[in-house]
Ligand binder design. Structure first.
Ligand code: GLA
Ligand code: ZN
Length: 686
């Protein structure tokens, strides 16, 4: 099977390396230094114009493109490209003053003043019109420019607007969703509770802390609406670009697992997914390597947003960010390793915020390629230039995919619903972290994983893992049954199958529509406060070989095995002896239920056994030392092996007897290799 998606834009079949570039904040003499330094750093792609609206339109209807013309020409002369932004992420002061409607209204119904960024109302006709005009001008001017490579729409869309116009748009959206029928809406939101029944659409308001925060169906629909209105705004932004530059791919930069927008929906609108990745390295002591796994999970989410297509690492920091409590600088080696972590999981770019450190403003202490000293003789610049050289050797990786036999379901709407629920614990239920812990067992083994939504296809996987699948939308349980019937192995946990798409609880016993495939009934759920634990003990002769006792915390489901077999039981308290892990044979496959949140040792043993049983492909025979990651991309013929050391110690990895080619040095390697602290290597085989 070939797994070759091609480059993001055929104009550049190489890795993009570069970053957010704000020449509009500097004088032309600095631009020439920038071009020289870009060459030295091996940078070939600059994101320009992101917050440049005032520089482009200093007064209403007066446009100044001269400076951008010069920059575009200079980039092209330098053999580099522009990831050209539309400027809607921040607006000129003249606009806010003349048209206050462009500014956002907060949940408290107070309109913001001019300031900051990401502060626009998505329904404002004036704002949409102004954005349309400037975007059209940009497209007209640069459509044939050799430097134009990718459109970067706005910047990190996010937030919500609660103005009267947005309220009205929300009501229209609801009318459409509920066929103009208030009874359907009242039922879906269970508004009879506390006498919240609506008798007119006009009574409906967006959720507010001083109004209605407690209707979970309303909260879910408001979030869905917020995503849809952002998509609608985005469609307006891209209309002139599509018309004038049909061959230039379009993206907007996402923010990882940001919950304000449903990226699993929004991503369908993009030609290429891009995201801004800011892990805070070296802050977690001995467990620092774990952040490598957590970040890889988010990279895999982004790769799977468009069915496995390579994505863009649109922003990352060359050393330290400025917005954490303690801005630790990256230890030598970590910059290259963390960048390759993105590449290993599907990125075809390594881009930064920011190219040159700004002189003033709140980001003047944020890491950059070029520091305030203004020259290339810095540790950070040196490591970036070294990475630039390495990326230039990786052309073969461009467009390749990841062949995963395992999928973890991480679903945006499920996260919304879980965290909104008042029980079995208030607030954050730790859903993303739980998915990341399940994922970690595979990361440690070097086994590729897709991270998908519950709407994505389950076909082709051997193992499908859906931790905490609290919300089960229509059709999903049927597709899971289908998957297991056909021979797939499915894993579910506590807090599964509780509510439907509008947060109405499934009646007749949990896990609702998944009860049959899992062969259990979950009668009660216990929520343990921090520090309280139970334990899980393997049943005699259990098929998974779970021998020891594992710690359970946070959540313990009290379940009945109906058709399922018991593999482990609780060890303590009044529910000692009750089932804690079960398996249900169903069709040609089987379905496991893990009733409590168990420690990592449990997950590693449990999945270790499943990987062996299912003969899941792993890139290396030998065990990988803790803190080292092995990841693999493939075009269907060749394999690209990334070995990354996320620890501060030298590590030895056994590559096995067959020689592979080091893609940077070109040398053949086999057997044991050593990696320095935070070191990494990329190899090709086949
Ligand atoms: C975000 C923004 C950038 C910059 C960085 C700082 O990702 O998109 O403009 O503010 O954060 O880390
Ligand atoms: Zn608004």
């Amino acid at each position: 099977m070939t797994l070759q998606y091609g480059p993001i834009n055929p104009k550049c079949p190489h890795f993009l390396h570069g970053g957010d570039y704000n020449p509009d904040q500097w004088t032309p003499d600095v631009w020439d230094q920038d071009m020289r330094l870009m060459k030295l750093a091996g940078c070939n792609a600059m994101s320009v114009g992101i917050f440049a609206w005032t520089a482009l339109e200093p007064a209403e209807g007066r446009f100044e493109f001269g400076w951008l013309d010069t920059i575009m020409d200079k980039l092209a002369d330098n053999g580099a490209f522009a990831v050209l932004a539309t400027p809607s992420g921040a607006r000129p002061a003249w606009m806010s003053r003349k048209y206050p409607e462009v500014l956002r209204v907060k949940e408290n119904r107070v309109r913001n003043l001019h300031g900051l960024r990401h502060n626009h109302c998505p329904t404002s006709p004036v704002y949409r019109q102004k954005v349309g005009i400037i975007n059209r001008r940009l497209a007209e001017r640069y459509k044939d420019h050799p430097a134009l490579l990718v459109w970067h729409i706005s910047n990190e869309y996010g937030g919500e607007c609660h103005c009267d116009r947005c309220q009205e748009a929300f009501r229209q959206w609801l009318r459409k969703r509920y066929n103009n029928d208030l009874d359907t809406l009242n039922h879906a939101w269970w508004t009879g509770f506390w006498s919240h029944t609506y008798t007119d659409f006009a009574q409906i308001e967006s959720p507010a802390p001083h109004g209605e925060p407690s209707l979970h169906g309303l909260n879910l629909d408001w979030k869905r609406f917020t995503t849809d209105i952002a998509i609608d705004f985005y469609r307006g932004e891209i209309a002139p670009l599509r018309e004038l530059t049909p061959d230039t791919p379009i993206t907007t930069n996402f923010m990882g697992l940001y919950t304000g927008l449903n990226y699993q929906k929004f991503s369908r609108e993009l030609d290429v997914v891009s995201w801004d990745s800011y892990p805070s390295w070296h802050q977690q002591g001995a467990e620092s390597w774990r952040l490598g796994a957590q970040t890889a999970f988010v990279h895999d989410v982004n790769r799977c947003l468009r069915g496995g297509r390579p994505f863009m690492l649109m922003e990352s920091v060359p050393s330290a960010t400025n917005w954490v409590q303690h801005a630790k600088i990256k230890r030598p080696g970590m910059h290259i390793t963390s960048s390759l972590n993105a590449v290993a999981h599907g990125s075809d770019t390594v881009q930064y915020f920011q190219w040159r450190k700004s002189r003033g403003g709140s980001e003047k202490f944020h890491g950059a390629v070029v520091d305030h000293c203004g020259h290339e003789h810095t540790r950070v610049f040196g490591e970036i230039a070294e990475l630039g050289k390495q990326l230039a050797r990786l052309d073969a990786v461009i467009g390749s995919g990841v062949a995963a036999e395992v999928a973890v379901v991480y679903d945006w709407e499920n996260n919304w619903a879980l965290n909104d629920a008042w029980g079995p614990k208030r607030g954050d239920k730790g859903y993303p972290a739980t998915c990341q812990r399940h994922y970690e067992s595979f990361w440690k083994a070097g086994v590729p994983v897709d991270v998908i939504s519950m709407e994505d296809s389950f076909e082709g996987y051997k193992l499908l893992i859906a931790p905490m699948l609290y919300m089960v939308r229509p059709g999903v349980a049927e597709r899971i049954e289908q998957f297991v019937k056909g021979g797939g192995v499915f894993v579910a946990t506590y807090l599964t199958g509780i509510v439907d798409q509008t947060d109405l609880v499934f009646l007749g016993g949990w896990p609702g529509p998944l009860r049959k495939v899992l062969g259990i009934w979950a009668e009660e759920i216990d929520s343990l406060p921090p520090g309280e634990t139970n334990c899980v003990v393997g049943a005699d002769g259990n098929a998974l070989g779970l021998g020891r006792s594992y710690e359970a915390r946070d959540y313990c489901d009290l379940i009945h095995a109906e058709s399922a077999e018991i593999l482990a039981t609780y060890g303590e308290g009044f529910y000692a002896g009750r089932p804690a892990v079960t398996v249900n044979a169903f069709g040609d496959g089987r379905a496991y239920y893990i009733a409590s949140r168990n420690d990592q040792a449990f997950l590693d043993d449990f999945y270790g056994r499943l990987m062996a049983d299912l003969a899941v492909r792993r890139p290396l025979e030998a065990l990988v030392p803790q803190g080292v990651s092995v990841a693999v991309r493939t075009d269907g013929t060749r394999e690209f092996l990334f070995v990354m050391n996320f620890t501060g110690d030298v590590q030895t990895i056994d590559l096995g007897p067959t020689a592979v080619t080091d893609m940077v040095s070109g040398q053949a390697v086999s057997g044991a290799i050593t990696l320095p602290a935070f070191g990494s290597r990329v190899m090709q085989r086949g």
